[in-house]
Design a protein around this ligand. Sequence first.
Ligand code: FAD
Length: 396
Amino acid sequence: MYDYLVVGAGLFGAVFAEQAHKAGKSVLVIDRRDHIAGNVYCEDVEGIKVHKYGAHIFHTNDKKVWQYIQKFSEFNRFTNSPVANYKGELYSLPFNMYTFNKMWGVVTPDEAAAKIEEQKDDFMVEMKGKYADEEWAKADDMSGFQAHNLEEQAISLVGRDIYEKLVKGYTEKQWGRKCTELPSFIIKRLPVRLTFDNNYFNALYQGIPVESYTGMVANMLDGVEVRTGVDFLKDEGGKDHWKSLAKKIVYTGAIDEYFGYSLGNLEYRSVRFENELLDTPSYQGNAAVNYTDAETPWTRIIEHKWFTFGKDDEGNDLPKTVISREYSSEWKLGDEPYYPVNDERNAGLFAKYKELAASDTDIIFGGRLGEYKYYDMDQVIARALEVSEQELGGSY
Ligand code: FAD
């Protein structure tokens, strides 16, 4: 009998398995996909490491996590600097001096700040006219203004030009609804940088594993027994069979599915990818280009080779390229679950499943699906290390 059966060979499962193995425990890892690494899996296409379940850029301020993953792969110096394409006009992201220079021709930070303030002031005059009977509109200043929808919120933060060209269309495609019909709380802040800095994440540590994410996870699982293509819930007799193989289960699949959706199903937002292999060395010259107009049906295009600077493992230029167009899509049961939906219904339902789970002390639910929580990679690793420490009684 194994000490642990880990269901799911994604980051959470791999970190737990690595720690348990190192602590001298016997571990079996299974995954229903035909590969390891879960959603960070990369597939080799003509020497290009294609991020199959969406582009993944590792970034963290957590030194402990950064030092931990260095044990399993070297990381390159990739820095995420997406470009926005608005009807053929290109802008730097996140909003910074390059963006403002292109938008308005301003050169200094003072000029940029003044332009944004001017646009915000114009908008407030408009709002005072529109909502003249609201209490805040009677005051001399604007401090009491409460946006009625996402559009008003965004313009009040960055002014109309940036909103119209860089926020509106993209956000509407992402949510499948007009910005005027979306709640304002979705956008709390829209950071504006008065520096020439396209580094999107601005984290202390950032990069892409040189051996690919799949290679990094394979190194984590070195010495651990792994079986892919097997489903804990369906194969070889299902749950009872697998549970009989180990003293304890670490389950990183969906918690509602584990319980047969007995209380109803949790909801997700989904993304659809359309991949194309092109016989050209460069399609767009950057890893990520966001299409911020409403007419283009995709939200962004990822060109995977730029995560490794267009080079293969030996440093040779790759002759071809793979692009992925990303479309926001409605999710239905059976689709790949991507982003949990943080609303009351889903939070309440998850709390009930968590109660059910608490009655079985031989199973630990972890990871994005087990905990119904959006985790960045560094967060899921930190969480798996924390759970491992609690479970194994020390850090390894
Ligand atoms: P997963 O990787 O999903 O692993 C769970 C595994 O369990 C899967 O392989 C699944 O097949 C398996 N499984 C489920 N049920 C069963 C079953 N019944 N039997 C057997 N196996 C089962 N994070 C960043 O830090 N940077 C990024 O740029 C970034 N980009 C992202 C882009 C997208 C589109 C998405 C959705 C997420 C992104 N993330 C990013 C987050 C990142 O993907 C997650 O942090 C990470 O994948 C979570 O790992 P996990 O182990 O919890 O889940």
